[in-house]
Design a protein around this ligand. Sequence first.
Ligand code: ATP
Length: 246
Amino acid sequence: MADWHAPSAEPPVVQVAGVSKSFGERRVLQDVSLQVPRGRVVGLLGRNGAGKTTLMKSLLGTSTVDSGTVEVFGAAPGPELAHRVGVAMDGIGFYPAATVHKELTIWARALGVPASRIADVIDLVELSGHERQRCARLSTGQKQRLRLATALLVPTVELLMLDEPANGLDPDGIRWVRRFIREMAASGKTVLVSSHQLGEMENTVDDVLLLDRGRIVHSGSLHEFTAGGQFPLEERFFEVVGGMTS
Ligand SMILES: Nc1ncnc2c1ncn2[C@@H]1O[C@H](COP(=O)(O)OP(=O)(O)OP(=O)(O)O)[C@@H](O)[C@H]1O
C-alpha cells in the first residue's frame, strides 16, 4: 500500500494549495490543500453541500477560486486539459430525443474526436445494443454509463473526474461502476470520484479526501483511515465529521 505522504518521484496529477471560494457571504471552500497522486483512485467524500462539486469544478477551471492555487498536470486548469481529463458530472443532461449514438456524436464533435471512437466507448461502458435507443428512454444506470462514455471519448485521457457516478443505481449498477473504476485504474488512469456511498467507496478507492463544510478534514490512504480495515469507512467518516448538525 502506497504511503500518501511518502515523497514520490512522480509529480501529483492534481495539486491544490490554500484554495478558498465563497458564493456571496457563504464560504464554500476554506483553505483547501490536497494532492491527487498519479495512478490512484481517490474518493472525495463529504455530506451534501460540503463543497465536493465546487472543488471539482475548480479543478476543471469551470469555477474560479477566490484565493489559492489549482494545478492539474502541473498547470492552471484550462481548455487544453480536455485531452488529458475526462469528466462525468452528476446531473449533466442529454438531449432526450437524441439516440445514444447521436449524443456521443455531438460530444465527439465538440471534443474533436473521430467518430470511429464512439463504438469503442460504447463497448467500454457496455452499452452495445443500445446505440439507437433514445436518451430519454435510458434507465438511470444506462444514463450513468453514457456519462462515463463521454468522459472516455478522448482516447488520451489520463485523469477521470467522476461526480457521483453511482447515484441512483441499484446494487448491480453500483457493482458495475466499482468494477469500471478499478479497471480504469488498472489501465493506468488516475480517478477522482465523489460519492456519498461510503460502503461502496470502501470497496473502490485507494485514498480518501474528506471534505467537511468546505475544509479538508482528512486526506490519506483508505488503509490508514480505516486502520487496515478494522473500522468501517462509515464509522470513521462520522467520527471525523461528527453526526448530523443541521
Ligand atoms: N453557483 C452557486 N451559487 C451559490 N451557491 C452555490 C453555487 N454552487 C454551489 N453553491 C453552494 O455551495 C455549497 C457547496 O455546494 P457543492 O455543490 O459544492 O456541494 P457538494 O458537496 O457537491 O454537495 P452534494 O453532495 O449535495 O452534491 C452549497 O451550499 C451550495 O448551495
